[in-house]
Design a protein around this ligand. Structure first.
Ligand SMILES: C[S@@+](CC[C@H](N)C(=O)[O-])C[C@H]1O[C@@H](n2cnc3c(N)ncnc32)[C@H](O)[C@@H]1O
Length: 243
């Protein structure tokens, strides 16, 4: 049995010829993608020899050595030019994911624009900022919960210009980057709950800090964040049910 987070990632990966799983660790993603016939070939890589060994073991156990190639190395440096149609980078911080893309995406993808399936465990906001500001278009995104932890899954592709959506959200940019423009458009029940929880937490924090002699600038920042979050909540879900 694999975790709900991993199952979610596997379920949103489109059917492609060659997929690279960067930072594969246990190797569950490539093995399950092959089991589900999502790819003809997978390149599973990791920067850590020990982690890659775990992947090798599970690949051998499943007799998938002929369809899953394992490579030791940093990020997408391990790929040949235009070798993959899809790239999965999951279970890492959003800043690390953006650094991996920044380091070698443009050297490795000359004629192909692979589908990127990105799953930051934190810093989803920083990753979205990086993607939008570097001409990657977020084509879909999801938010899911497992064991009280919230996970974002972002599908993106290189684009020739900055995504139009990014210009249209200037007023509440930070909140849109935190929760995702498409996620908000989808008006999911889970996201509504997440934003409501955030709103309630900020209100409590502002109340507590206001009683102490805390830097007013920090309180003003929180008030601004609260206002932006409430604006988006009302614009998207209309009413505000009591938490
Ligand atoms: C927490 S595991 C995630 C495993 C799996 N992708 C998942 O989502 O469950 C992160 C893995 O990324 C690897 N990693 C970290 N930085 C990397 C890099 N620059 N290039 C390749 N792998 C990296 C780590 O060695 C580790 O095995």
């Amino acid at each position: 049995m694999i975790s709900e987070r991993l199952q979610y990632i596997i379920d949103v990966v489109p059917i492609l010829d060659t997929i690279a799983d960067i930072g594969t660790d246990h190797g569950y993603i490539p093995v399950n993608l092959i089991k589900k016939s999502r790819a003809k070939k997978i390149i599973a890589s990791d920067i850590s020899k020990q982690s890659l060994q775990k992947a090798k073991d599970i690949i051998i156990k499943n007799h998938f050595e002929n369809v899953i190639d394992t490579r030791l190395g940093n990020g997408i440096d391990i790929l040949d030019i235009d070798e993959a149609d899809g790239v999965i980078i999951a279970g890492m911080g959003g800043i690390l994911i953006s650094k991996i893309l920044e380091t070698s995406y443009s050297n490795k993808f000359i004629n192909k624009k692979p589908v990127l399936i990105l799953q930051p465990v934190q810093q989803a906001k920083e990753l979205r900022y990086y993607l939008y500001e570097n001409n990657f278009k977020i084509t879909d995104e999801y938010v899911m919960q497992e064991n009280n932890k919230i996970y974002h899954i972002i599908i993106a592709e290189k684009h020739h210009k900055i995504d139009d959506r990014y210009d249209k959200i200037a007023k509440h940019k930070d909140i849109y980057m935190e929760f995702g423009i498409i996620n908000i458009e989808k008006k999911s029940e889970l996201l509504s709950k997440i934003i409501r929880n955030n709103i309630e937490k900020i209100k409590i924090l502002i109340n507590e800090l206001s009683k102490k002699s805390v830097d007013q600038q920090h309180i003003d920042f929180l008030k601004d964040r609260l206002k932006n979050m409430e604006d988006i909540y009302y614009e998207t879900w209309g009413t505000y049910p009591k938490a």
